[in-house]
Design a protein around this ligand. Structure first.
Ligand SMILES: [Zn+2]
Length: 390
């Protein structure tokens, strides 16, 4: 395992989250997402009386999670006395992304900024090993930061919430076919609250709070890599679905070349868009995705066609999301988006062919800077969110 820095940094214990009032949590969440602001503006935004905001501000300052203008250290003096701002180092969180090959673990502060990261090969995808590896990585970050409050885990799977317990229904990527009570297994080992979420839902929630999705009340995020998933935010709320499985777009049929996916569908998105599908269609060995990219760039016909089909299918499925949700913004994220550079025309064709009486100019699409660590950061953000929304 590799940590970014050997320095040990044990700080004060985390705040007692369970003691925070519901209003205190709302104010903290507002500061988290929208940054420092005056007490008057927070009171207006959240519909609170000035008296109750004064009370809540004192509660948040006393618990160490918020600083008030007149209590700031001298270096930052000059802020208005009435301004509240988050104290990011008041608590830390751990975010984990599990893939079939590796685990990525980050520590973030309360503002969801990554302060340390660990990445290690997944020795085996069996449940016990995954729990062992996550627990070991979490333990080393907890030793380092001391005030870790909760752990979020994201993976490519349906996470069902039933009777207050979250269960990973199945993860074909990890070969898990039985429902796994992953949060409980991890909580028993780590001793902290655990949030387990579909990885693209976590990415979506974090992008809505901390990425360019801020200030958009509706948003669709695509995660494209080993697979394809999507997440939606409607009216400022992440849509997880009644069973935690919203956003499954990978097997939408888009037409094309008559290819059959592992589920027996002809010409579904999965047959074209994911990195394994591109490898197969480009005729390179599994894991040789970069070679397919290089050959397509160099003019390889078969490789170029693989990316062109991928771009068309992605355009088609993005169009379906726009038809369904009419979002303010569509964010395309993930490590497998080279089709957008290699075949932008095919992407546009897929969009145009599938949009229902929506002019393509009105579809706002962005491709924000992406690193794989954003998945783990997203998982951490969902842990923060769970703590503040309880
Ligand atoms: Zn399919």
């Amino acid at each position: 395992m590799v940590t970014s820095s050997p320095v040990d940094l044990v700080s004060a214990p985390p705040p007692q989250w369970s003691d925070l009032s519901a209003t205190g949590r709302r104010v903290l969440l507002d500061l988290l997402v929208h940054g420092p602001r005056s007490r008057i503006r927070i009171a207006e935004r959240l519909g609170l009386s000035r008296a109750s905001l004064t009370r809540v501000a004192r509660e948040l300052v006393d618990s160490g999670v918020v600083l008030q203008g007149d209590t700031l250290p001298s270096a930052t003096r000059g802020r208005p006395a009435e301004e509240l701002q988050l104290r990011p180092q008041a608590a830390h969180f751990i975010g984990v992304k599990i893939t079939a090959e590796r685990i990525y673990v980050v520590a973030t502060d309360l503002a969801a900024e990554v302060v340390d990261e660990i990445s290690a090969p997944l020795i085996s995808p069996d449940v016990e090993t995954v729990v062992d590896e996550i627990s070991a990585a979490a333990a080393s970050l907890i030793r380092r930061f001391g005030n870790v409050s909760a752990v979020g885990v994201g993976l490519a799977a349906d996470v069902l919430r039933r009777d207050g317990e979250a269960v990973v229904k199945a993860s074909p990527l990890l070969g898990w076919s039985e429902p796994i009570p992953l949060p409980r297994l991890l909580e028993e080992r780590i001793g902290l609250p655990i949030t387990v979420t579909n990885d693209v839902h976590a990415l979506t929630a974090a992008h809505h709070w901390f990425g360019s999705g801020v200030n958009h009340r509706s948003l669709v995020v695509y995660g494209v890599g080993a697979g394809i998933g999507s997440g939606a935010v409607i009216d400022d709320e992440l849509v997880e679905g009644a069973n935690g499985r919203s956003g499954r777009v990978g097997h939408t049929r888009v037409g094309g070349t008559g290819r059959v996916c592992a589920n027996g569908h002809t010409d579904c998105v999965h047959s074209f868009v994911s990195m394994p599908a591109i490898e197969l269609n480009a005729g390179v060995a599994p894991g040789e995705y970069p070679l397919a990219v290089a050959r397509a760039r160099a003019g390889g016909v078969r490789e170029a066609e693989a990316f062109s089909s991928a771009a068309y299918a992605l355009g088609a499925v993005v169009a379906e999301s726009v038809n369904l949700f009419d979002p303010e913004l569509v964010s395309l994220m993930g490590e497998g988006l080279d089709m957008l550079d290699l075949a932008p025309g095919a992407y546009r064709d897929g969009l145009v062919a599938h949009l229902e009486q929506v002019p393509i100019e009105s579809v706002r699409t962005e491709r924000p800077p992406f690193t794989f660590g954003l998945y783990a950061r997203g998982a951490s953000a969902t842990a923060i969110r769970d703590l503040l929304s309880e």
